[in-house]
Design a protein around this ligand. Structure first.
Ligand SMILES: Cc1ncc(COP(=O)(O)O)c(C=O)c1O
Length: 398
């Protein structure tokens, strides 16, 4: 088992403009998602017994397995970005395009035939395919080599043409983008690179509905988090949540930790080098959603300026998190959490319960007053692997 931490305490410049992730933007995007008939706030679970056991004040886990019946948070980004693309094409504001109008025959006729293209480890592509399907438009989705069949099938069920590409996630992104450019398709990617930053910014903003819900729930509970743990692939999700929470609570009142798989920890490496580091190769990890080696150019700037700690963790930590969240203590509620969803919780649960990691606990400043916030970003999106891990103990974490 391998767990490493890097601290940027005192190294943050805190000057990248995060106003695109502020309160007003989040409220508007929440209103947009609220116009979807399938919209329902996902639970923020208060694991009281677990907090007692681990010696902290509170452990809150946002459970995204309930999101739109799609078992992951990702659809929030795709649905907002697709809405923005359509509003732009029609020359109207998104506020004037609630769900019923967005999916109407009138809008479809005005738009004509569109094809949305994306590359995905699973959850994002499912969200884009879902949104295209609702608009009665086409989608083409590319998945990296080794994609789980259940994830492929779930995207195909949304009417997308799915291709498992012979390459890793980042190579699939490049291939999909070339195809979109050559054919006039619309590339809806959840990561940014130089020259492609508008749609990824919208996707990041779409994720703010989740952050907004967490914030309003915590306000209702009269709780403020002291430590936030966010898992990252390209870092879009982590940056969206970081930007919003820093805007709400202030940089000095929060310790934000980014967690990645040790085999493909591109944000962790970038934090150490203080510049964008790319990690190539096969990205072997069970955390499929986090198996990305090229940081989002915009998201990385947010994370380097506003996140405090960066953790790289091997697969056993994610497996441990899945088992603990799926087998709660006493009255605590069960959270069905997938490999990527449980990564951050799994790592911190070990840090708090195992003497071996006491230096990391100290570095994070975790104690009996700490209020910990996690996001279980997906449920059991690969059911066979979920059973192998939770029932049969695969990726043992002793
Ligand atoms: C379940 C899950 N969690 C976290 C992430 C990480 O998001 P990002 O790539 O924006 O860092 C993903 C990405 O696909 C995911 O599917």
């Amino acid at each position: 088992m391998d767990l490493k931490i890097y601290s940027r305490k005192g190294k943050n410049k805190v000057n990248f403009d995060i106003s695109f992730l502020n309160h007003e933007v989040a409220q508007n995007i929440h209103d947009y998602h609220n116009s979807y008939p399938m919209y329902k706030e996902t639970p923020l679970v208060d694991l009281k017994e677990q907090a007692k056991l681990l010696g902290v004040s509170k452990i809150l886990v946002k459970d995204e397995s309930y999101r739109f019946g799609l078992n992951a948070f990702k659809v929030l980004g795709g649905s907002y970005a697709v809405g923005k693309v359509v509003a732009d094409r029609l020359g109207i504001a998104l506020e004037d395009l609630p769900y019923e109008k967005l999916i109407s025959r009138e809008v479809k006729e005005k738009l004509g035939e569109l094809t949305f293209v994306t590359a995905t480890d699973g959850n994002h592509g499912r969200g884009v395919a879902w949104a295209a399907n609702k608009l009665q438009q086409k989608s083409k989705v590319f998945m990296p080599r080794g994609a789980a069949q259940e994830r492929v099938d779930n995207i195909a069920k949304e009417g997308a043409e799915v291709t498992v590409f012979d390459g890793n996630y980042d190579e699939a992104v490049r291939y999909a983008n070339d195809l979109a450019e050559k054919n006039g398709y619309i590339m809806v990617q959840d990561t940014a690179w130089e020259g492609y930053e508008d749609i990824p910014r919208w996707i990041m903003q779409g994720y703010m509905t989740l952050a907004w819900e967490m914030y309003t729930s915590m306000e209702d509970m009269k709780v403020k988090p002291t430590h936030v743990f966010l898992q990252a692939g390209v870092g879009s999700f982590a940056a969206a949540a970081t930007g919003f929470l820093v805007n709400m609570y202030g940089k000095d009142n929060l310790d934000i930790t980014i967690v990645e798989p040790s085999t493909v920890a591109c944000i962790y490496e970038s934090a150490i080098e203080n510049k964008r580091v790319l990690v190539g190769g096969d990205h072997k990890t069970i955390m499929a959603g986090l198996a990305c080696g090229e940081p989002n150019t915009v998201g990385l700037k947010v994370l380097l300026d506003y996140a405090t700690h960066f953790i790289s963790a091997s697969d056993e930590f994610a497996a441990h998190g899945m088992r603990v969240l799926g087998n709660p203590l006493g009255e605590d509620k069960k959270v069905i959490s997938g490999e990527s969803g449980a990564a951050a919780f799994g790592a911190i649960s070990k840090v708090l319960s195992n003497e071996e990691y006491k230096d990391i606990k100290e570095e994070l400043g975790l104690n009996e007053d700490s209020v910990l916030l996690f996001v279980s970003t997906e449920g059991d999106t690969d059911k066979q692997n979920y059973k192998d891990i939770v029932w049969d103990g695969k990726y043992q974490s002793l």
